[in-house]
Ligand binder design. Structure first.
Ligand SMILES: Cc1cc2nc3c(=O)[nH]c(=O)nc-3n(C[C@H](O)[C@H](O)[C@H](O)COP(=O)(O)O)c2cc1C
Length: 361
């Protein structure tokens, strides 16, 4: 039997197979961030489609950390009841579901976040055309508390765990990056200082939710930018996370300013699928916890090789599951050997994600 359809442990949690739905903002919450019927239907389909571990889109931990329209909110207790509809729908199936918790940092707009965006340092972002305000040293502990409170809300809502968003140039990622973090206090400088906010969030979540509540991270392995985070930095961060109780590491890369984010366009040859998997394999050598590989994985054969060869423990998919939420089940039943996703990146839509690619491959 394919290793892809064997269970794996994330902390104490058993995930029924090796397929992860990588966090995907679905533009389906209401204007305030409340979960809608469309959200619930989407998660229910992914679970019916046998995705082992489903990660939601990034949910904002405070209003000023909102990155995008129609994003899920986890910034107040009043959202718990709506959030609870997601695990309730998923748990009708063997799948597990984690809430991804995030703060936009400088990658947002004042009209979305309600003020001047904040960042570790006031480094202009040419994409959002924002010069963020540098966070005062005393403001940072409150941000840590917001992430911790958000994780606790996710736990109360019935999620199986949380994923800390430390990738793609958003707030935690911008602390890790020497390009956006030019601080000279304890939150900047050497990589251990740049990782401090992430480690404090991890420690805070584990104290608030209990050591057995799974906490994973989506981590940049590179910012794909001159002067940005390097793989050596990412390996150092991964080691620190591993030593401090993280339960799994999903390896990604890119940031808006780099021009190349996490969703690379176009199709690649089967042997080149998984554009962050080389980095993930390097990180896997440095840690004990499960590592998730991703980036343009489209064929069952490529996914199988990555896991069978021990380069990664799980494989994450985003766009292929927008095209077909039943892809994993179709793989298992032998009905499909590859996704029909051509990475055209037309799936983002303010009216809710949907595949707008060619009907046939
Ligand atoms: C519509 C869309 C929304 C996304 N939203 C998120 C998100 O909320 N959080 C996140 O970490 N990554 C997000 N991503 C990135 C994906 O999780 C994934 O890392 C990337 O698309 C590469 O995987 P793929 O080639 O399988 O699509 C998003 C991607 C897409 C296409």
């Amino acid at each position: 039997m394919s290793i892809l359809f064997t269970p794996v442990r994330i902390g104490g949690l058993v995930v029924p197979n090796r397929f992860v739905r990588s966090a995907t903002h679905d533009y389906m919450a209401d204007d305030e961030g409340r979960v809608t019927d469309a959200n619930v239907a989407l998660f229910s389909r992914l679970a019916e489609g046998e995705v082992g571990l489903i990660v939601t889109g990034h949910a904002f931990v405070r209003p000023s950390g909102k990155a995008s329209p129609r994003q899920i909110a986890v910034c107040s207790d009043r959202f718990i009841e709506g959030l609870a509809r997601i695990p309730a729908a998923v748990h009708g199936f063997p799948s597990r579901v984690f809430l991804q918790i995030a703060h936009a940092g400088r990658q947002t707009k004042p009209r979305l976040c309600g003020g001047v965006p904040v960042s570790p340092s006031a480094v202009y972002d040419p994409v959002s055309k924002v010069r963020p305000r540098e966070l005062a040293r005393e403001e940072i502990p409150a941000l840590v508390s917001d992430f911790v409170a958000a994780a606790r809300r996710a736990q109360r809502a019935g999620f199986d765990g949380v994923q800390l968003h430390a990738a793609h140039g958003y707030l935690i990622s911008s602390f890790l990056s020497p390009h956006t973090n030019r601080r000279t206090d304890e939150w900047g400088g050497p990589v251990g200082n740049r990782a401090r906010i992430l480690l404090e969030v991890l420690g805070g979540v584990k104290s608030a939710c209990g050591a057995s509540f799974p906490v994973i991270v989506k981590l940049n392995s590179t910012d794909l930018m001159e002067g940005g985070l390097t793989l050596d930095d990412a390996i150092a961060v991964a080691r620190l996370l591993d030593a401090n109780g993280i339960d799994g590491i999903e390896v990604s890369g890119g940031m808006a300013e780099a021009g190349l984010g996490s969703m690379w366009p176009g199709l690649r040859r089967e042997e080149d699928e998984g554009y962050f998997v080389d980095a993930a394999a390097r990180i896997k050598q440095a840690v004990r916890v499960p590592v998730f590989g991703l980036g343009g994985i489209r064929t069952l054969a490529a996914a199988e090789r990555m896991v069978a060869d021990g380069r990664v423990d799980l494989v994450s998919l985003s766009r292929p599951l927008i095209r077909d939420p039943f892809l994993v089940r179709n793989f298992r039943e032998g009905r499909a050997a590859r996704s029909g996703c051509v990475s055209c990146n037309k799936c983002q839509s303010l009216r809710g994600i949907r595949c707008a690619g060619p009907k046939e491959l």
